[in-house]
Design a protein around this ligand. Structure first.
Ligand code: 5GP
Ligand code: ZN
Length: 118
């Protein structure tokens, strides 16, 4: 069924507590944890508990959870105190854009000067 945990998915395993992660926030629908290879002083991943391959697929299937994810990204930024200095929310989508884990996730990056991308 759509959204069900996938046996071979790293982030489903983090949601299930089968792989450890440094969790910074949790809600009924989302988990936020530090990226294992941080690209900025604040680099937190916010993921839905349900499994969808990317952010757009999540939004199409479960828009309320997608909204939770985006709101949580903002809460993480506030908790990490990068909301005042500025932060970036990134959804790499597809291998050509650098996506390596095919469970929807938002990167929350901040704490350093972030060059304008677009
Ligand atoms: P993507 O490249 O798919 O947009 O992002 C996947 C992110 O997951 C990468 O930034 C990578 O560093 C992070 N990552 C990969 N494996 C692990 C892990 O086992 N634990 C944590 N906390 N992050 C991971
Ligand atoms: Zn998954």
């Amino acid at each position: 069924m759509a959204g069900e945990p996938q046996a071979d998915c790293l982030f489903c395993k983090i949601v299930a507590g089968e792989i450890p992660a440094t969790i910074v926030r949790e809600t009924e629908t989302t988990v936020a944890f530090r990226d294992i290879s941080p690209q900025a002083p604040t680099h937190v991943l916010v993921i839905p508990r349900v499994h969808y391959p990317d952010g757009a697929a999540l939004a199409a299937a479960e828009p309320l959870v997608a909204a939770d994810l985006l709101r949580e990204a903002g809460e993480v930024a506030a908790q990490e105190k990068v909301d005042t200095t500025g932060y970036r929310i990134v959804f790499n989508t597809g291998p050509g854009a650098g996506q390596t884990v095919f469970h929807a996730h938002a990167h929350v990056l901040g704490g350093r000067d972030l060059q304008r991308l677009v």
